[in-house]
Design a protein around this ligand. Structure first.
Ligand SMILES: [Ca+2]
Length: 127
């Protein structure tokens, strides 16, 4: 298990560089790269804000308590780039209400009526 701050920082540096370069061109548009690009194949990725923004954690194996990643009761968007379904659980240790995120599925906002799971997840694992 890793947490993506270093990768995120690198990405922010690249964006800053691009923004600086674009200032020299009248037609270039500075655009912040979507953070979802940080989620790599084989990873289950969680963000604390909608639309893959904010604090970011990525997992290749189960996580019994998201508190250690600062994501407990904070997860708002999800991408599953693994080849298995993952379950997001309301409580630690894979207990309580859960939602199934299918392989390849992107969920930009867990707040909506389909999911109703914003800022609730406390653990996750392949299921
Ligand atoms: Ca949140």
């Amino acid at each position: 298990m890793r947490v993506g701050f270093a990768r995120l920082a690198t990405c922010a540096g690249a964006v800053a560089l691009l923004a600086g370069l674009s200032a020299t061109s009248a037609t270039a548009t500075a655009r912040v790269a979507p953070d979802s690009g940080d989620c790599r194949q084989g990873e289950f990725c969680l963000w604390d804000d909608a639309d893959y923004q904010g604090r970011f954690g990525f997992f290749t194996s189960q996580v019994a308590n998201l508190r250690q990643n600062g994501l407990n009761d904070n997860v708002s968007s999800v991408i599953n780039k693994t080849d298995r379904s993952w379950c997001l659980y309301r409580d630690a240790d894979f207990s309580g209400e859960y939602r199934v995120i299918r392989p390849g599925q992107w969920v930009p906002n867990l707040r909506n009526s389909t999911w109703g799971f914003n800022d609730m997840a406390s653990s996750a694992r392949p299921c």
